[in-house]
Design a protein around this ligand. Structure first.
Ligand code: SAH
Ligand code: SF4
Length: 386
């Protein structure tokens, strides 16, 4: 349980009902308040014009207001926008908006990570509706990260603090408000800074808020939680949401020695335990788990490792995303050449897996994966933001 009191933005409608009924408010005000915050994205009580003045004052006194403030927006040439957000205590996080790109190679873009939903996309196409650009938002769950993966800038920075559920959901409320004309927020991926399952309570509550029918109402299958492999919390997520939340696993290796060298968490939860957790995840029919595999030159990119990976994943409903490592300043590790990436992919494709190479997006604003770092901690990013 969180020791701090629940922020008003983190309250679910039934919790609003309880707190407002205790104040003698009429029953429908709970829904009105939740609508203002989560459907309309209005967090300033003064703007909630259909509420009585005394209630607006009470909400302000409870601390209802903006939880994340955009400090800078950086637009990449490929349409990706990185938002630098300031939290109330002054800490900064980042979130990224990724418009879908059509044309050759589009299957390999980041929003393919939310693609537990992809195969069902067509079912949702509304006849006659104007085509809208689908946007995937990548959100953070912690300031920094405690997991210490060697190739990741967030891991190198270490954990500064967890985000509250209002700060996690608040990124999406803000991201939605900052969409361009003709864009539609379609997918949310928990792939920014931090390990979502290390901050389980806040992550789970944010999932409830974002998927609530009275709020943004994202479809659960379009929300993907990415984890480095916290086995007990994978089981918990599966049980709490009936397997409906799409799952992505950062695997990055096919044997324990290699994985432990890249990802210290593997020493706690080795591959056999992780794979058992994936087999036990109550995945709905026709859905697949995304396996993320960051290719690091000389570490995990040999064709023999692709063959071992194919064997390891045999029988699991998965799709594989290969991510050539984005260089980070704190490490000499780097991506393999294109030939080696293609050879790795070919082994997996020939073994019958659907396997894509994720295109690098937003590189020019350091918005690519693993580059969402703490402002001030990495001079390179400061320059890029300046
Ligand atoms: N902590 C979670 C989610 C955030 S990381 C997790 O690890 O899954 C999102 C993805 O980006 C992970 O698959 C992670 O391994 C990958 N990543 C991190 N740093 C990277 C880098 N420098 N290059 C490429 N991918 C990276
Ligand atoms: Fe944390 Fe994920 Fe980065 Fe590992 S890859 S350090 S778990 S954010």
């Amino acid at each position: 349980m969180r020791s701090t009191p629940l922020h008003p933005v983190a309250r679910l409608p039934e919790e609003w009902s309880a707190s407002l009924a205790a104040r003698g408010e009429r029953s429908f005000t709970a829904k009105q308040v939740f609508h203002w915050i989560h459907r309309r994205g209005v967090l300033d009580p003064a703007a909630m014009t259909n509420l009585p003045a005394r209630l607006r004052e009470h909400l302000a006194a409870e601390g209802l207001g903006e939880v994340v403030t955009p400090e800078r927006v950086h637009r990449s040439e490929d349409g990706t926008r990185k938002l630098l957000l300031r939290l109330r205590d002054g800490a900064t996080i980042e979130t990224v908006l990724l418009p879908s790109v059509s044309g050759p190679g589009s299957q390999a873009q980041l929003d393919a990570d939310a693609a537990a939903a992809d195969e069902e996309d067509d079912e949702d196409a509304e006849a006659g509706a104007a085509p809208r650009t689908r946007v995937t938002q990548c959100i953070s769950t912690q300031v920094g990260c405690a997991m210490g993966c060697s190739f990741c800038a967030s891991g190198v920075a270490g954990l500064k603090r967890h985000l509250g559920p209002e700060e996690i959901a608040g990124q999406v409320l803000l991201g939605r408000a900052m969409l361009d004309e003709g864009e539609e927020l379609r997918n949310v991926v928990y792939m920014g800074m931090g390990e979502p399952l290390h901050n389980y309570e806040a992550t789970a509550r944010s999932l409830r808020l974002l998927t609530h029918p009275e709020g943004i109402h994202l479809s659960t299958r379009r929300v993907t939680v990415s984890t480095s492999g916290l086995v007990p919390e994978i089981a918990r997520l599966g049980a709490d949401f009936g397997g409906q939340i799409a799952l992505a696993i950062s695997l990055h290796a096919s044997d324990d020695a290699t994985r432990s060298a890249l990802m210290p968490i593997n020493r706690k939860y080795p591959l056999d335990e992780l794979l058992a957790a994936l087999r036990a995840y109550p995945l709905p029919r026709r859905r697949r788990i995304t396996i993320e595999y960051t290719l690091v030159a000389g570490q995990n990119d040999a064709p023999a490792e692709a063959r071992r990976l194919a064997k390891l994943l045999r029988g699991l409903p998965v799709k594989i995303n290969l991510i050539p490592m984005n260089p980070i300043e704190a490490s000499t590790l780097g991506p393999p050449g294109a030939d080696r990436v293609a050879a790795f992919q070919a082994v997996l494709t020939e073994a019958g897996y659907s396997c894509f190479v994720r295109r690098r997006r937003g590189d020019d604003v350091s918005a690519a994966c693993g580059q969402l770092v703490l402002l001030g901690a990495r001079p390179k990013v400061r320059r890029a933001l300046g």
